[in-house]
Design a protein around this ligand. Structure first.
Ligand code: FAD
Length: 347
């Protein structure tokens, strides 16, 4: 049983099928594409198509775009499901995974399944993280519009308005760049933004994540992996906004006030809207009945396998479930490993 029909769940399906394992994929979305169906309009991949491929089938190039857009990824994932005839049931939301003797019982809004092994591949998009900032809460002082990364679509929705974008990662930088031309933008980051060198794209990130994993596995020093290179991939729109002087970051404010934000020295910025691009956490609430231990919202794993529940594998949540496993090109290897272990378990 695979929970989640995004790129991680599909990669798992590809390998399970090759190994002759009987399985089903349950996906909460009504249509193929996982999180890629919900990103903002201008989002483009940070790697060329061929370097954004799942196992077995190279992503076709997108006409006129070296770095494909999100709609192209959705159509690739749709094609991938069809090509490998993956058994996906939609929309099915898993509500809880429970131990039930020899089996795991998977409860959902559309029925109950029993499985000898479960792969959880539910992503992070569905659980955006919001920091505790005075004045932010539902009954806080600000009073204006507040959105999370997952709710942002296009700059036209904010044209002519005063917008604060919070976050110094890729989402924050890309949304700030998207808004820089049409709004009165304040870009706020916890520490000064760290742009990767302009010639570094997703390929280098994948190599860095893989080298780090290898070093850790061999007991060598942690070289910091991707984090050592920087936080923000200088994709063309980000680079252009930065080079035009439109991406100047301000340190994080200390609190929200009616109609804006305030810094410790009393400086204030007025705002009509605040967009929180402050990261994601793994969407794992369906696993809480298993009572697995972990830290910072993670579950303790050996490779992809849960240490305290060997019938459970986790895929695609970040480097802790495989180097670069939360990227298209990185999803395949941990999926193969999980599928192999499950096939061995079935024998
Ligand atoms: P998802 O795509 O989130 O799929 C999980 C699926 O599980 C969804 O369909 C969801 O509805 C379903 N689900 C969730 N909970 C349940 C449940 N309880 N029951 C049943 N189904 C459930 N990667 C790259 O390789 N290149 C890039 O350029 C790139 N850019 C990115 C830009 C942004 C802004 C973000 C946020 C990510 C980017 N990534 C990129 C990272 C990565 O590829 C995506 O996060 C990817 O969508 C993760 O795939 P996934 O299958 O693990 O999760």
């Amino acid at each position: 049983m695979v929970i989640g029909g995004g790129q991680s769940g599909l990669s798992a399906g590809y390998h399970l099928r090759r190994l002759g394992v009987d399985f089903v994929i349950l996906d909460a979305q009504s249509t193929p594409g996982g999180a890629w169906q919900h990103t903002w309009d201008s989002l483009h991949l940070f790697s060329p198509a061929a370097f954004s491929s799942l196992p077995g089938w190279l992503m076709p190039a997108q006409q006129g775009e070296e770095y494909p857009d999100a709609a192209h990824v959705v159509s690739y994932l749709r094609g991938y499901e069809k090509r490998y005839d993956l058994p996906i049931q939609r929309p099915v939301r898993v509500t809880g995974v429970h131990r039930d003797g020899e089996l795991l019982r998977v409860e959902s809004d559309s029925g109950t399944w029993h499985a000898r092994a479960v792969i959880s591949a539910t992503g992070t998009w569905w659980r955006p993280f919001l920091p505790a900032v005075p004045g932010r809460g539902d009954f806080g002082d600000f009073g204006g519009e507040q959105l999370q990364t997952v709710e942002y679509r296009r700059p036209q929705d904010f044209a002519g308005r005063r917008v604060i974008v919070v976050g110094g990662g890729n989402s924050g930088a890309q949304i700030a760049a998207d808004l820089a031309h049409d709004t009165e933008l304040t870009w706020v980051t916890q520490r000064p933004p760290r742009f990767l060198a302009d010639d570094i794209d997703g390929r280098a990130l994948f190599d860095a994540a893989t080298a780090r994993r290898r070093a850790l596995d061999e007991g060598r020093t942690d070289n910091g992996g991707v984090a050592s290179l920087g936080d923000i991939v200088a994709v063309p729109p980000v680079r252009a906004a930065r080079d035009h002087g439109l991406l100047k970051a301000t340190p994080l404010f200390t609190r929200l006030i009616p109609g804006g934000a305030e810094w410790a020295d009393g400086t204030r910025a007025e705002a009509d809207a605040i967009i929180w691009c402050t990261g994601f956490r793994p969407a794992l609430s369906h696993l809480s009945p298993l009572g697995l231990r972990g830290t910072r919202g993670h579950i303790a794993t050996m490779g992809t396998r849960a240490v305290d529940e060997p019938r459970l594998h986790l895929l695609g949540y970040g480097d802790w479930t495989g180097p670069a496993s939360a990227t298209l090109i990185g999803a395949g290897r941990p999926a193969r490993e999980a599928a192999r272990q499950i096939a061995d378990q079935m024998r």
